[in-house]
Design a binder for this molecule. Structure first.
Ligand SMILES: Cc1cc2nc3c(=O)[nH]c(=O)nc-3n(C[C@H](O)[C@H](O)[C@H](O)COP(=O)(O)O)c2cc1C
Length: 196
């Protein structure tokens, strides 16, 4: 059975991020996927990298160990979060720091030091990131350079070996109509069906 890992990072459970994650969950269930869903705020995930994790390849935090074994096995990875200052919320940044770790998400060639180009280890056939934001897409690109695209596509998933990467940023959420929001959810459903 194929495994899909869904991670949601939005403190507001009635947010658009959560509605999108629920749509994805339903779609993946219909497609017969085994699902693992993590609502990082609800689970009170601790985003802080402890000094005793200095090699960053093991943790005393059992939740981190669980997340690591799941992401290593996942066939699909789906992440939902709002655009906060052109970045993921801190709780999700901490998830990246602690879970996409050395020997789980990437490694180095034997005898190479950490300045070498890392080798990606994730076996997922596709990673999907769904963002919400209030900045119109044109301004996000022209003024800020769409930093979330750079972070997720290049710095994270490409490095970890997931070359098939899809990202959508929906918005402006503020002032959006029920019809617009329904169309975003429908697009997410179709997108997931097309990759799953
Ligand atoms: C701390 C914080 C920082 C934010 N920074 C941005 C930003 O840089 N760009 C932007 O478009 N929206 C920003 N927002 C607005 C959120 O992106 C917006 O509330 C969210 O996308 C709404 O969707 P949701 O229903 O999924 O929460 C910020 C909101 C908060 C709370």
């Amino acid at each position: 059975m194929m495994l899909a890992l869904v991670v949601v990072a939005n403190p507001n459970s009635s947010s658009m991020s959560h509605a999108m994650a629920a749509e994805a969950q339903q779609t993946l269930q219909q497609l017969g996927y085994q699902l693992v869903i993590h609502d990082l705020y609800a689970e009170r995930f601790d985003p802080i990298q402890r000094s005793n994790e200095s090699q960053n390849n093991s943790s005393h935090d059992q939740l981190v160990e669980r997340y690591c074994s799941e992401i290593a096995r996942a066939d699909l990875i789906l992440i939902f979060h709002p655009n906060w200052w052109g970045q993921p919320p801190a709780i999700l940044k901490g998830w990246v720091d602690r879970v996409l770790r050395l020997d789980t998400a990437y490694r180095y060639e034997e005898n190479a030091d950490f300045s070498a180009v890392p080798l990606g280890l994730l076996k997922a056939k596709c990673a999907l990131v769904f963002n919400t934001s209030n900045t119109p897409a044109k301004r996000e690109m022209a003024v800020f350079g769409d930093p979330l695209e750079q972070i997720w596509r290049n710095c994270i998933f490409d490095l970890c070996g997931v070359k098939n990467f899809i990202r959508r940023m929906y918005g402006p959420v503020s002032g959006s109509t029920p019809e617009e929001r329904a169309a975003w959810l429908a697009e997410i459903k179709d997108l997931i069906k097309s990759v799953a």
